[in-house]
Design a protein around this ligand. Structure first.
Ligand SMILES: Nc1ncnc2c1ncn2[C@@H]1O[C@H](COP(=O)(O)OP(=O)(O)OP(=O)(O)O)[C@@H](O)[C@H]1O
Length: 287
C-alpha cells in the first residue's frame, strides 16, 4: 500500500509540478527568463521585474506540495527567515504573494558564480591560505545569521555565490530558529544518518560543520592524487599545517566542536598566520 501511495504521489508531482514557460508574466510584473532549479519544495525562476527593471528570483511552492505539511509551512518559514535578515551578502525578500492559485516569494537576485561552478566548471585551485581566508569571510555572514537566532544548516559550495570577490550566502530553505525542531513534521531524527543529524542540528556548530566541509572542498582543489592511488582519509591526503588540521578536526566535530564564532575566528586567524600560500599542484586557475 505504501509503495502505491509513493508511486501515486510521484506521478501526481510529475503531472502538476510543471514550471511556467519562459516569457510568462507572473502577477502582471515578473517575466520569467529561466528556470533556475526545481528543489524539494519549490521551483525557482530568474525573472525580470517590469516595475523596477531589475532581475529577481521567484520561488514558487511546488503545486504538488500546496496542500502538504512541506508546502505552505516551509514557504512561510522561509519568508519569516528572509524578512528577519538585512545584510548586503544575503538576498533580501522583495515580497510574497499568491497568483493563479500559486504561492510565490520574490527575492533579490545575486548575480555571479557559485563556488561549485568555480571549482567544477572553471577548475579553480586554491591554496591553504586562500581557503582559510574564504572561510573567515564566510564566517562573517554566518555570524550575522547566528546573531539573529538563526542557523542556516545548508552552508555548502552551491549555496555561496561570488561576484567581484564578494561572497553571498543563499538558500535559506533549511534555516531554523534556535529552539525550533530540526524537522517540520514529526520525523524521528534517530532515523537520520549521523552526518545528516550533525548537519541538521539546530545549533550554531552545525554551520561550523558546514564551513569545515566547505574548507575541505576548497583544499581538495589543490590535491592531485597519484595514478591509481587508493583513496585515503583527508588528513593523510592533504598536506596541511598542523593548526589547519586541528581547526578542521574541531569544525567537522572529530574533536570538541566550536560553540561560538569568536572561538572559531580566533583559531582561523592562528591557522592563517601559520598557513602556506603554496599550491599542492600547479594551479589551473587561481582566485
Ligand atoms: N537569490 C538568488 N540569487 C541567485 N541565484 C539564486 C538565488 N536563489 C537561488 N538561486 C539559484 O537557483 C537555483 C535553485 O536554488 P534553490 O535554492 O531555490 O533550490 P535548490 O537548491 O535547487 O533546492 P532546495 O530548495 O531543495 O535546496 C540554484 O542554482 C541557486 O544557485
Amino acid at each position: 500500500m505504501q509503495k502505491l501511495i509513493a508511486w501515486w504521489s510521484q506521478l501526481y508531482a510529475r503531472l502538476v509540478d510543471r514550471p511556467f514557460a519562459e516569457r510568462t508574466v507572473i502577477k502582471g510584473r515578473y517575466r520569467v527568463e529561466a528556470v533556475l532549479g526545481m528543489g524539494s519544495y519549490g521551483i525557482t525562476y530568474l525573472c525580470e521585474d517590469s516595475h523596477s527593471g531589475q532581475r529577481c528570483v521567484l520561488k514558487q511552492v511546488r503545486p504538488s506540495k500546496l496542500g502538504s505539511k512541506k508546502g505552505r509551512p516551509v514557504y512561510e518559514y522561509e519568508i519569516s527567515v528572509l524578512q528577519a535578515l538585512d545584510h548586503p551578502q544575503i538576498p533580501k525578500l522583495l515580497e510574497s504573494f499568491a497568483d493563479r492559485g500559486q504561492l510565490f516569494l520574490a527575492m533579490e537576485y545575486k548575480e555571479g558564480k557559485t563556488w561549485e561552478d568555480l571549482i567544477f566548471e572553471e577548475g579553480y585551485t586554491i591554496s591553504e591560505r586562500e581557503a582559510l581566508q574564504v572561510i573567515l569571510d564566510l564566517l562573517g555572514i554566518v555570524e550575522y545569521v547566528h546573531q539573529h537566532g538563526l542557523v542556516h544548516r545548508d552552508v555548502r559550495i552551491p549555496n555561496v555565490i561570488i561576484k567581484d570577490g564578494t561572497m553571498h550566502l543563499i538558500d535559506f530553505g533549511l534555516a531554523r530558529y534556535l529552539g525550533d525542531s530540526a524537522t517540520y513534521i514529526e520525523e524521528s531524527l534517530d532515523a537520520y544518518l549521523l552526518e545528516k543529524q550533525i548537519k541538521r542540528e539546530v545549533a550554531f556548530r552545525s554551520d561550523y560543520f558546514g564551513l569545515g566541509h566547505f574548507l575541505l572542498f576548497l583544499l581538495y582543489t589543490s590535491f592531485q592524487p597519484a595514478d591509481e592511488a587508493e583513496e585515503l582519509p583527508w588528513e593523510e591526503e592533504l598536506d596541511l599545517t598542523p593548526k589547519t588540521r586541528q581547526l578542521i578536526r574541531r569544525m567537522i566535530q572529530m574533536d570538541e566542536p566550536y560553540e561560538s564564532a569568536d572561538a572559531l575566528r580566533a583559531d582561523l586567524l592562528i591557522a592563517l598566520a601559520h598557513s602556506a600560500n603554496v599550491h599542492n599542484s600547479a594551479p589551473k586557475k587561481e582566485i
